[in-house]
Write a protein that binds this ligand. Structure first.
Ligand code: PNS
Length: 160
């Protein structure tokens, strides 16, 4: 069984993430979406919110599982017998950081593979931080995040 892991903060999940999830799930037997719990910077959405947004969108997709994680990604990979880390690349600007993480993970766990998938051009400009900024100023986030989470993303910034 070939298990892939797509790790991230998903703060919140965007349609760009979902595009990678859809495409990656076709390449493996099981895809685990690993949602990072601890960050030096506090996320805007709680771990429960970030995980449940993804779960709600993916309901009924039986080869995809959403699991919160903390600590090192390689330890999570070992625990779940996963072979491959999936990462989305948007622009050259993503490359340096991703390259460093892929090499560090490989050093820590030599049998690991990192698979980079080019984002769909339609989402190449999209990021969770841009969604948060837009939502905080009441900008339009339709088509950037799944419809069923839109109200909750705006809700986070109401009365602030
Ligand atoms: O969505 P993000 O914030 O770009 O995701 C970053 C993530 C979760 C993939 C990365 O921070 C991560 O793997 N964190 C776990 C700690 C770890 O294993 N770091 C890599 C070795 S330096």
């Amino acid at each position: 069984m070939n298990i892939f892991v797509y790790p991230g903060s998903f703060d919140p999940v965007t349609n760009g993430h979902l595009d990678i999830i859809d495409r990656a799930a076709k390449l493996c037997d099981k895809l685990i979406v690993a949602v990072l719990i601890n960050r030096t910077k506090t996320p805007a959405f709680t771990i429960e919110e970030r995980a449940s947004f993804i779960e709600e969108v993916l309901v009924g997709r039986d080869n995809i599982e959403v699991i919160p994680f903390s600590g090192l990604l390689v330890d999570f990979m070992k625990k779940h017998n996963a072979t491959t880390v999936v990462k989305g690349l948007r622009a050259v600007s993503d490359f340096e950081y991703e390259f460093q993480m892929a090499l560090l993970n490989k050093k820590l766990y030599p049998s690991i593979e990192t698979l980079f998938m080019m984002t769909n051009v339609e989402y190449s400009y999209l990021s969770s931080s841009a969604v948060r900024e837009l939502a905080s100023y009441g900008g339009n986030i339709k088509d950037l995040v799944p419809d069923i989470i839109i109200d909750r993303v705006y809700g986070k910034y109401k009365n602030k």
